[in-house]
Design a binder for this molecule. Structure first.
Ligand SMILES: Cc1cc2nc3c(=O)[nH]c(=O)nc-3n(C[C@H](O)[C@H](O)[C@H](O)COP(=O)(O)O)c2cc1C
Length: 189
């Protein structure tokens, strides 16, 4: 059982990573492997709306989205993590998700998905709502936690001090492991 965790922050080892690392702990403790993938700092291009992906089965833009999609295809579950930027997910992550779901959405169908955000203070539920729209339009079971999935802090240390946020992150990983196990060998509809 393997779950891929997407870090949509420009900071490879920042606050979002800290939350995802805790999610990975919950996954590992409950029998699932976890891999955190950073979308990078090179800037993910926005979707051009060219619809070439409908013919090619992949995106024509070569900036890493297709490669990550290949890893997601063979994973049993996925977690999307983002910092909150002006009450929304990061721009790079939105570009990533637009193109991932446009070009590779079919291969993600029925794959359990959870989302988590990191903010200094506010805009978390608005950002989560944006993230949840991707799996929800793609027939993916949403994995929940013991609260809306958010951590608070401007630095990894501040995030680690958010004990409730850390517990929520851990429980998201635990619940994802349970969901993935429960669906193993269950045929898709
Ligand atoms: C451009 C920008 C916009 C931000 N907007 C918000 C915001 O709306 N609300 C908030 O609480 N924090 C905001 N922050 C702070 C980050 O969300 C917060 O520090 C986050 O934990 C950083 O995660 P990272 O270390 O993974 O990048 C913003 C930061 C940046 C750079």
């Amino acid at each position: 059982m393997k779950v891929i965790l997407i870090n949509g922050s420009p900071h490879e080892r920042g606050c979002t990573y800290t939350a995802l690392f805790e999610v990975a702990g919950g996954l590992n403790d409950h029998g699932a492997d976890a891999e955190i993938i950073h979308i990078g700092t090179h800037g993910i291009a926005g979707c051009r709306g060219c619809f070439a992906c409908r013919k090619l089965g992949k995106c024509v833009i070569d900036d890493g989205v297709n490669e990550i999609a290949e890893k997601l295809k063979v994973a049993d579950g996925m977690i999307i993590g983002s910092p909150v930027y002006f009450a929304s997910p990061s721009g790079s992550l939105i570009s990533f998700l637009d193109r991932l779901y446009a070009a590779h959405g079919n291969s993600l169908m029925y794959k359990p998905c959870g989302c988590i955000v990191s903010a200094r203070r506010a805009g978390t539920t608005a950002a989560l709502e944006v993230l949840h729209k991707y799996p929800m339009v793609n027939e993916q079971p949403l994995v929940s936690s013991s609260y809306w999935c958010m951590v608070h802090g401007n630095t990894p240390d501040e995030v680690r001090d958010d004990t409730e946020g850390m517990q929520i992150a851990y429980n998201l990983g635990r619940n994802m492991a349970w969901m993935v196990k429960a669906l193993l060998n269950v045929p898709c509809p």
